[in-house]
Design a protein around this ligand. Structure first.
Ligand SMILES: N[C@@H](CCC(=O)N[C@@H](CS)C(=O)NCC(=O)O)C(=O)O
Length: 199
């Protein structure tokens, strides 16, 4: 399995997920500024020419959420999603899609580049998105309940970029405590070590 990725990018979440799963994978590293990803070979893997993207034999999958769904299905024993038949499975998919459907737009809104009436905006408003996340994390230790899941990887990396790296939102104590818990995971520390030395 090959992960196409680049340091300090959204690919961190796929890297972290693969480290949590503990499966064998190979990294293909791009330099996005230098444009090393703009090749016909990578275009065939992801026509958007964006990372992360995954190649698993003849299968190619791009879009972070889709990569997560693919890996969760391939490695059910990794314990990173509620099992089939568990009622929490519904909430699991909800929070996974929440990231690309709502958080991404909330971040664009916070940068002042997007404003729609709340009733027409699919994500409501940036304030609402972050309030809803805070409400859930004030109720359960992890976003899908009592147990860490792949949705926490998606959410923690989003909160990290939105609050810590890009400073688009004010820190909130609930997010700080949640991020500290997620960042203490050995798989996260391995992913960050790979990310920071660029390999
Ligand atoms: N919707 C994609 C977004 C991925 C994305 O925007 N990746 C950026 C890096 S953070 C990228 O590859 N940019 C390179 C480019 O567009 O040339 C996902 O969630 O996976």
């Amino acid at each position: 399995m090959k992960l196409y990725w680049a340091p300090q990018s959204r690919a961190l979440r796929a890297l972290w997920l693969l480290e949590e799963i503990g499966c064998a994978y190979q990294r293909v590293t791009f330099d996005l500024r230098a444009g090393t990803h703009r090749t016909p070979e990578f275009h065939a893997v992801n026509p958007m020419e964006k990372v992360p993207a995954l190649q698993d034999g003849a299968a190619c999958v791009a879009e972070s959420g889709a990569i997560f769904a693919y890996l969760i299905e391939k490695f059910p024993d990794a314990g990173l999603a509620p099992p089939l038949g568990d009622p929490l499975r519904g909430r699991f998919w909800q929070w996974l899609f929440f990231a690309s459907a709502n958080i991404e737009f909330a971040m664009v809104e916070a940068r002042g580049q997007l404003k729609l009436p709340e009733v027409a905006a699919g994500w409501g408003s940036a304030e609402k998105v972050f309030n809803v996340i805070e409400e859930q994390l004030s109720t359960t230790p992890y976003i899908v309940g009592e147990k860490f899941s792949a949705c926490d990887i998606m959410l923690a990396t989003n909160l990290h970029f939105a609050i810590t790296a890009l400073k688009l939102f004010e820190p909130r104590p609930v997010f700080d405590a949640y991020l500290a818990k997620c960042r203490a995971r050995p798989a996260f520390l391995r992913a960050v070590a790979i990310d920071s030395h660029g390999g």
